[in-house]
Design a protein around this ligand. Structure first.
Ligand SMILES: Cc1cc2nc3c(=O)[nH]c(=O)nc-3n(C[C@H](O)[C@H](O)[C@H](O)COP(=O)(O)OP(=O)(O)OC[C@H]3O[C@@H](n4cnc5c(N)ncnc54)[C@H](O)[C@@H]3O)c2cc1C
Length: 412
């Protein structure tokens, strides 16, 4: 039997969660060997700017790196980049890469994120049809952008809206197609959806709600338009598809891990396989703030905090994942900050006037604050976090009153 390389901790996926896991292991005094395998060629970098200030050209790639290149060497974290793990052998504690190399592990941390969902219609894979997940994706778009006049964005989630904002600001004709009757329908309350729709329209974006895509038209292998179910054809030199991700978990499921839409983990981020943890976008976990429902959270906060829980568990601390989710989005000069999980709300209080472009939505469930969406109101966001963490019961009338600070609202 040949001797395979072996690491005490092997991290699969060199993204947000993977990087934080390596950082936190060393930060916790872990002295064993650590390696990170990533299928992208780059050192860990921040993904959020890919649809924001990187796409617009306002931030260079170097400024996206999560740590400077020498950081990883200095901490003896081996970076095995440009390699994909295709198989996990949980009994043997081994993984296999696409190059046929086998690597042994003491503990495996699976932080492989997700890959963009593709459209199911004809033309979904033509040149000029883009998804945004990696540096390479964003750079492909940036290369094409100078010759683009008409762009069609499919999907009114955060990534689609952010890309639409960048392209509209760059002077392109942008149409955004959303299948549901409002943008952000999956993640936010109606007042926020209506606000962003109005903002985009004011910036010239043609937002179409209830739009159903029939296919992408082609000429010489390239996308030239989008066909709607009603027969309408929209010209498009560039099509951007932002319709969510599929978690990257197949090798773990093949190895027998419990899961489905993600890999199931417990409160310490352990999967059902021995010595295998999963964190970040791909980790299906029971979340207290979601009423105990099993969910995946796609955010930097979740990837980082789960990395911390997994690595503390690995070094022998008692911890449990139970943090308040937060998220942000930048579109035009609007800074949205959200905290908590709004799903399941039964009341929304609008604090401030959307017309002023500075307001917050406060989501209540059975009288308790469960989430806030704050637009250009960082103070509400900061103070709202504590309310969400405590599931505070406050009077709606006080929450609505902007002359009263949120943290001064009377607890019932
Ligand atoms: C365009 C964009 C904008 C975003 N904006 C925001 C935002 O504003 N705020 C926010 O909180 N979050 C945002 N997110 C989400 C955030 O980036 C993710 O939640 C976060 O990156 C999740 O971290 P992760 O470690 O789970 O996955 P990732 O960061 O995706 O890292 C996973 C890595 O694993 C690699 N990989 C996959 N399979 C394998 C394999 N088999 N072998 C080896 N490597 C593999 C992947 O290529 C990738 O490099 C955004 C995401 C995108 C794409």
């Amino acid at each position: 039997m040949s001797m395979a390389e072996r690491y005490d901790v092997l991290i699969v996926g060199a993204g947000h969660g993977g990087a934080q896991a390596a950082v936190a292991l060393r930060g916790n005094g872990f002295t064993g060997t650590i390696a990170m395998i990533g299928d992208e060629p780059d050192l860990p970098y921040e993904r959020p700017p890919l649809s924001k200030e990187f796409l617009s050209g306002d931030k260079s790639f170097e400024r996206l790196l999560i740590r400077p290149p020498r950081f990883w060497d200095e901490r003896a974290i081996a970076m095995l980049l440009g390699r994909r793990v295709v198989r996990v052998d949980a009994d043997a504690h081994m993984v296999e890469t696409d190059g046929g190399v086998r690597l042994g592990y003491g503990t495996l941390i699976w932080s492989a994120g997700g890959r963009p969902r593709r459209l199911g219609c004809p033309g979904h894979d033509l040149e000029g049809v883009h998804t945004i997940r990696t540096r390479a994706d964003a750079e492909r778009m940036m290369t094409e952008l100078p010759t683009v006049r008409h762009a069609v964005v499919i999907g009114g989630g955060y990534i689609g809206l952010e890309a639409a904002a960048v392209l509209a600001k760059a002077g392109r004709y942008v149409t955004l197609l959303e299948a549901q009757d409002r943008v952000l329908a999956r993640v936010a309350g109606e007042p926020l959806s209506r606000f962003f729709e109005a903002e985009h329209r004011a910036h010239g974006v043609d937002i179409r709600l209830g739009a159903c895509v029939d296919g992408i038209d082609e000429r010489a292998g390239r996308a030239v338009g989008v066909r709607l179910a009603g027969g309408e054809r929209l010209p498009a030199d560039m099509v951007i598809v932002g319709i969510g991700i599929l978690p990257t978990v197949q090798p773990l499921l093949d190895a027998g891990a419990a899961g489905g839409n993600g890999v199931a983990v417990d409160g310490q981020c352990r999967t059902s396989l021995p010595d295998v943890y999963a964190i970040g976008d791909c980790a299906l976990h029971a979340n207290r703030l979601a009423g105990g429902a099993s969910i995946r959270i796609e955010s930097v906060q979740n990837a980082n905090d789960q990395a911390i829980v997994a690595t503390k568990t690995i070094v022998g601390h008692q911890v449990e994942y139970d943090t308040v989710p937060w998220f942000w989005s930048n579109q035009y000069d609007l800074r949205l900050q959200t905290v908590g999980l709004s799903a399941g709300y039964d009341q929304i209080v609008v604090r401030g006037d959307p017309f002023d472009r500075a307001f917050s939505l406060i989501y209540f469930k059975e009288g308790s604050v469960i989430a806030l969406d704050c637009v250009n109101r960082t103070r509400d966001y900061v103070q709202g976090r504590a309310l969400v963490a405590a599931r505070a019961r406050i009077l709606a009338a006080e929450a609505r009153n902007i002359s009263l600070q949120l943290h001064a609202a009377t607890s019932l």
